[in-house]
Design a protein around this ligand. Structure first.
Ligand code: DGL
Length: 259
């Protein structure tokens, strides 16, 4: 079974892309809301959080894991991949699939927006250059939390205004959502760019990640989906129901099970 992991609602963009491609795939999703947001955390903290989440997902029966979070794709997942590979768990992260899909589009001038942890790790620059791409990076520290908390559109607008300036000034043709939370406010980006007459492609890696999951993982099941969270959240509950239906199974887990 597939296990999908993020700090909160962000990874649902990946789970939904996977669901659209293979509605019958069984998966268990874990949103570690108790530890959200991941963006400001150190690599050491993220390493511990990720190990714990992996262990928990394995205990739930997941033998194939999607780290649907760029902030841990990075410094954390790569070192873990070998260790988990030995134990027979396959892991797919966000950045490699994004780079492989994007290079087919031959973008000229890429800007990746992401959390501080992702920007600090340098993983996008490294992975993109391995794929013959150059990426400029920009951290938007407050955006993932604002989305997770369901903040009003006016607040989101205010937070992303510096992105508008940078895209216009630097002639960016491709803006990459380097955080899985950001596609939830894609409409705000689109509107602000349209108002400024700026043409830029918005690239969400979720689809590319789902493609690699379908290609590389053994997909089986009857479309059984379980959403686990380490802390309750109305925004999480509402988002899951909107994407996966009113009957979606959402459980707030006893945190002692995570230790
Ligand atoms: N959605 C995650 C990412 O892609 C984490 C956001 C956060 O918790 O700061 O980086």
């Amino acid at each position: 079974m597939i296990g999908i992991f993020d700090s909160g609602i962000g990874g649902l963009t990946v789970a939904f892309a996977l669901h659209k491609q293979t509605p019958f795939a069984d998966f268990v999703y874990f949103g570690d809301l108790k530890n959200a947001p991941f963006g400001p955390k150190s690599s050491e903290e993220l390493f511990g959080i990720t190990l714990r989440a992996m262990k928990f997902l394995r205990e739930q029966g997941a033998d194939e894991i999607v780290a649907a979070c760029n902030s841990v794709s990075v410094s954390v997942i790569r070192p873990l991949m070998d260790a988990f590979g030995i134990q027979g768990t396959n892991i797919i992260e966000m950045v490699g699939p994004a780079a492989r899909a994007l290079k087919l589009r031959a973008p000229k001038n890429i800007l990746v927006i992401a959390t501080e942890a992702t920007v600090r790790s340098g993983i996008y620059e490294q992975t993109f250059s391995e794929n013959g791409l150059h990426a400029a990076m920009m951290a938007i520290p407050e955006l993932a939390s604002a989305i997770e908390q369901g903040r009003p559109e006016s607040e989101i607008e205010h937070i992303i205004l510096p992105v508008m300036d940078r895209v216009s000034k630097e002639g960016i043709d491709t803006l990459v959502f380097g955080c899985t939370h950001y596609p939830f406010v894609r409409n705000v980006f689109e509107r602000l760019f349209a108002e400024r007459g700026v043409e830029v492609e918005l690239f969400d890696p979720a689809e590319a990640v789902a493609n690699e999951v379908v290609t590389l993982f053994q997909i089986h099941g009857q479309g059984k989906q379980l959403f686990l969270i380490s802390k309750d959240s109305l925004v999480f509950q509402e988002t899951v129901k909107r994407l996966f239906g009113e009957g979606a199974a959402i459980v707030v887990v006893d945190n002692t099970l995570l230790d």
